[in-house]
Design a protein around this ligand. Structure first.
Ligand code: BES
Ligand code: ZN
Length: 881
């Protein structure tokens, strides 16, 4: 339990460590009632430190008992050190010494899931960001890198598998039915990359031959019941390993690479050196139990964690302010990988949707922070969409500005120059500059300034001269602690369409002979006017092609222009974007008026989408998705959530009624025969078919109902089974819906990953999943307060996806969430701090709702013994500005 007021930590206070650790020797004795950790550190004074302090400070957290401290083998008297709850201070130490520490900890009682804990009977660890200090006293900061040797001892029957980082160098039996394995990791690493696993696990093996011809042993460790759910992750791993060799020239560096699946895990997965640990839901899959979306997510997470071996492990972060150095870069790498192995346009649409819906919201709210923050209280609160997704966009913009070849030169230089070091985002940018000869000094503002840049675009056409002028103004809104921002360096990709939809040349000068039809304009000033020559007609501009920068664009599109772009733009992303903008416009015009009609143009646009089988079906599947409620809310000022929900539902119902025959045809046309495969084409077809089904059930179509029940009963894969179940749950067919939910649970009650999907489909349903349903699900025997996935799939999904219910008029949704956060704060503060986030944007909502949200936040604030995690989020969002 934390006793003092949470402290703020500032980037400007960074100092190099006073002491370095060359080697860490660990011995874990694992028992049922606790674990004894023997830790020996080979330490020396850091020659680069100017500190003259004789004392040594180590971090600790929740360590039950400090059993002994010794220096160069001699036990220390209690007077030689001070043992406070979060620090161990040795009053005087020599310049070089071996420090021995023995601690006793209680993994079986660790509900925070940081440090060493137990999940389904196995021991496992999570040390990022500051979990290692829950295992032993240590200088827990990423710029202290050491070689680790780890001996794990445990009962041989209960824990036949004993794992840690690196290579196993010794094993043997001990007295009392116990055994041990010793692991040695030759690469120096920060302690956040340490990992240990002990359990009764099944081992799956494979191999990979690297580009230099080395054979790597690949192993997955799972509970025996999951034996059949490993193939997809293993295949994804091999694809990722090959891709990193081909695209970045990066080869794997140890002889063994291990993946472990655990059911209780705060995050998705963790890149521990040579021993990645995954949340079961992010690694286990079979066609019967996982949807296409889960398959794709697993592929990208496996790749992400693997890619960290270079971007994060070999080259790591100097301090946690540099978190985006590894996370932003690695997300960029996994996005390119997913684009390469799947559909690039679809991947770009998914990334942009996430950014515009959730990251822009974060950037406009009370927790807004730069990609490289200046301060924090609790670092786990900064694993945000800004660090990850905006950070990835920033790397992507460097890629756009430099082009693929110079970018690769830059990444080669970065990895070579900084191998084995702990560095900063600035070091990354400098490597890109040095390799390319480009000046990125203004570009660095992307790391320093928070807030989403807004671009206002105006145009005029000079008929007589054949000149089209595009004026682009940029500004960045104020964010907490930042005002009067400077213009940023923005790559702005554009194209022009002629009246027939053809691409027009973009001539920036009158004599530009073979001008391209695609161009990246570089914006650096508050306002730019570009003149395009040689045009005989006023073009329709296609702006921010491929979402070339994480910005908002304002341009007075007419509905005709949007419909035109939707069917003619040669940039697939912008075709999709035009459709979204059109749908947003149509829905928004119905939010305030209850008797308006749905624009016939929208219906016709969707009709041609459904009819045109020559189009890329993966793109069509995306284009058929109406903008989400969350996105519509994000775009609105003082949004009225129930009104937005009703308007969107009306448009959906109108589309479904008008296009009933086309939907049925689409449904049947996309029925797949033959065996299940996760190719972009097959995924697109299942997605189209399930969208058609969902729309038909939205209007309670009788034929749709028959199709849904037979699809539910006959499906040979989870995508189709879940598609049918979701359609039924969101329909008025109560009998069929109850039957399907009961059958589904009966069939899958022993599979936690499937039960989580069963929870989510119910609590996320705006038709049947109100607060009463959520309470009912929380009473269900499969619900478990100790398991983050269950909390996310019931409470998280309710607050994040069931928006009309969460924002119900009486404020009950807000009070409910506040109660759950207060309760969870005692057992798992990390998850509690994430769960509270939907309440933090109270200022955005209309006065009555905003006040209700605020008072819910206040009840969280007033809880006694509030964790630092929740404290930071709640106090920052209540703070006046
Ligand atoms: N290093 C993180 C895991 C992590 C996050 C540890 C926060 C401690 C605190 C890992 O590489 C990661 O980023 N995982 C993501 C998934 C990824 C595909 C973006 C996650 O866990 O959500
Ligand atoms: Zn990561």
């Amino acid at each position: 339990m934390r006793t003092s007021q949470p402290q703020t930590i500032f980037l400007k206070d960074y100092r190099v460590p006073a002491f370095l650790v060359d080697h860490v020797d660990l011995r874990f004795e694992l028992f049922e009632d606790g674990a004894r950790v023997h830790c020996t550190l080979a330490m020396r004074r850091n020659p680069d430190s100017d500190s003259s302090d004789k004392s040594l400070e180590l971090d600790g957290d929740s360590l039950t008992t400090l059993e002994s401290v010794s220096l160069d083998g001699k036990p220390l008297e209690g007077s030689a050190y001070e043992d406070r709850d979060d620090k161990l201070t040795l009053h005087e130490v020599p310049d070089q010494f071996n420090l021995g520490i023995v601690t006793w900890i209680e993994p079986q009682n660790n509900t925070r899931l940081e440090g060493l804990y137990k999940s389904s009977g196995m021991f496992c660890t999570q040390c990022e960001a500051e979990g290692f200090r829950c295992i032993t006293y240590f200088p827990d900061r990423p710029d202290v890198m050491a070689r680790f040797r780890t001996r794990v001892e445990a009962d041989k029957t209960r824990y036949p598998i004993l794992l840690s980082n690196g290579n196993d160098v010794e094993k043997g039996d001990l007295a009392d039915g116990r055994h041990f394995v010793t692991w040695e990791d030759p690469f120096p690493k920060p302690c956040y990359l340490f990992a240990l696993v002990a359990g009764d696990l099944l081992e799956k093996r494979d191999t990979f031959k690297t580009m230099s011809g080395r054979d790597i042993d690949l192993r997955m460790y799972v509970e025996p019941r999951n034996a059949e759910k490993c193939d997809h992750a293993m295949d994804s791993l091999k694809r990722a390993m090959r891709w990193d060799e081909e695209v970045y020239g990066r080869e794997y560096d140890l002889d063994i690479f291990m993946i472990v699946a655990v059911d209780d895990f705060n995050m998705g997965a963790m890149e521990n050196k040579g021993l990645n640990i995954f949340n079961s839901s992010c690694v286990l899959a079979s066609q019967e139990t996982a949807t296409d979306m889960a398959f794709q997510r697993i592929e990208s997470i496996v790749a992400h964690e693997y890619f960290h071996n270079w971007s994060g492990n070999r080259v790591t972060c100097r301090d946690w302010f540099q978190l985006s150095l590894k996370e932003g870069f690695t997300v960029f790498r996994d996005s390119c990988f997913s684009a390469d192995v799947g559909s690039p346009t679809v991947k770009r649409i998914e990334d942009a949707t996430m950014l515009r819906t959730a990251q822009f919201a974060e950037d406009a709210g009370p927790m807004a922070h730069p990609v490289r923050p200046e301060s924090y209280m609790e670092i786990t609160n900064f694993y945000t969409l800004t660090i990850y997704e905006k950070g990835s966009e920033v790397v992507g913009m460097i890629h756009t500005l430099l082009g693929p070849d110079l970018f690769r030169k830059g990444s080669d230089l970065y990895f070579e120059r900084h191998d084995g070091q702990a560095v900063t985002t600035d070091d990354f940018v400098r490597a890109m500059e040095d390799a390319s000869g480009r000046d990125l000094s203004q570009f660095r503002l992307w790391y320093e300034q928070s807030g989403t840049p807004e671009l206002t675009v105006r145009d005029e056409f000079d008929d007589a001269a054949g000149i089209y002028r595009l004026t682009i103004k940029q500004s960045i809104p104020d964010t907490p602690g930042q005002t009067d921002k400077k213009p940023q360096h923005i790559p702005f990709a554009i194209g022009f369409l002629g009246a027939e939809g053809e691409s027009l040349p973009l001539k920036l000068a009158a004599d530009d002979a073979d001008a391209p039809t695609d161009r990246v304009l570089e914006l650096t000033d508050a306002s730019h006017t570009f003149e395009f020559h040689g045009l005989s007609e006023r073009p329709v501009p296609s702006l921010l092609r491929g979402f070339s920068a994480p910005v908002r664009v304002f341009y007075p599109w007419t509905r005709e222009q949007l419909t035109f772009l939707m069917s003619h733009d040669s940039d697939g992303f912008n075709r999709w974007d035009a459709g979204q903008r059109l749908a947003v416009d149509v829905i928004n015009s119905l939010v305030s008026s209850t008797d308006g009609n749905v624009d016939a143009g929208l219906v016709e646009a969707y009709r041609s989408l459904l009819a045109d089988s020559s189009l890329d079906q993966a793109l069509v599947a995306k284009m058929l998705q109406l903008p989400s409620e969350a996105y519509l809310i994000e775009l609105a000022d003082q949004p009225n959530v129930p009104a937005i929900h009703r308007a969107r539902e009306r448009v959906l119902a109108h589309l479904a009624r008008s296009l009933r025959d086309e939907l049925l045809a689409c449904y049947h046309r996309n029925t797949l025969r033959g065996h299940y495969e996760v190719t972009p084409e097959a995924v697109a077809r299942r997605s189209l078919r399930n969208t058609a089904l969902a729309w038909l059930l939205h209007i309670d179509d009788e034929e749709g109902r028959t199709l849904a029940t037979s699809q539910f009963n006959e499906a040979d894969n989870m995508t189709d089974r879940m598609g049918a179940l979701r359609a039924l749950v969101n329909s008025g067919y109560e009998k069929e819906q109850e039957q399907a939910l009961a059958d589904f649970y009966q069939q899958w009650k022993d599979d936690p990953q499937v039960v989580e999907q069963w929870f989510a489909v119910q609590s996320g349903s705006t038709r049947t999943g109100g607060l009463r349903k959520v309470h009912e699900l929380m009473e269900h025997p499969a619900f478990d307060w100790k398991n983050p996935n269950k909390i996310r799939s019931v409470i998280g999904v309710f607050a994040g996806q069931n928006l009309p219910a969460f924002h119900a008029e009486d404020g009950a949704g807000y009070q409910f969430l506040a109660e759950q956060v207060r309760k969870l704060d005692d057992s798992n503060p990390q998850i509690a701090a994430r769960l509270v986030s939907p309440l933090t944007r109270w200022r955005k909502f209309a006065p009555v709702h905003g006040e209700q949200m605020k008072s819910a936040l206040e009840t969280v604030r007033d809880k006694s013994g509030l964790s630092r995690d929740v404290y930071e989020v709640v106090h920052k969002s209540l703070a006046g500005q």
